[in-house]
Ligand binder design. Sequence first.
Ligand code: PEP
Length: 234
Amino acid sequence: MIIAANLKTNFTRKETSNYIEELSTYMNQNAISQEVLVFPAMSSLDTNETKVIVGAQNAYPTVNGAFTGEIGLTHLEEFGIKTILIGHSERRHILGETQESLVKKFNYFKELGFKIVYCVGEPLEKREAGKETMMEYISAQYEGIDTEYENLIIAYEPVWAIGTGLTPTLEDIEEIHATLKSKSKAPLLYGGSVKVTNAKEVLALKNVDGILVGSAALYGEHFCSMIGYAEELS
Ligand code: PEP
């Protein structure tokens, strides 16, 4: 299974380094064979020398150049980063990334062989508009994406569940994961208010190959427990 932590705009370099050390120690002590990914803030990408796979929350599809506020391939390579998160709802909805720009980014990092965690998910109004509308919306997020790319991981994250404490029912997660699996055989993670109290039941669902965790992942002990659940279930 794949257990991923999106640390967003949290933790200093020191805190990130302590955090990754905590996960790494837990993994070693418990002989964890699951894939653990951590996406820290850009300033902490240098914390990359353990079993934990460190990935970038974002990068611009360029080697370097005049793209103020962005980092490019040179900066990822400096720290040996080969994993990237693309299409997170906060980048789509707050930072205004379009499907077209995400496809460009996806193709750029695909050509370089990066492991790509590509996020899809619907806002509340699309869910409330019914299944057909919701699936049309999610399907549009697959447009232009090579769903057969060997290093692809997809994360289904309903926007209304991110950071809200709300989650779809387990039946809903199972149903949508089954539908999304028909679009791509890539490992499919669930994300959106996963916490230590619900992680085990989510991980146990059919067609759930792992979880992407935001807020609750900030508690190292909780995130380690989630890694432990994945190990037990595997
Ligand atoms: C996320 O932002 O990817 C996420 C899943 O956040 P949270 O766990 O806080 O809902």
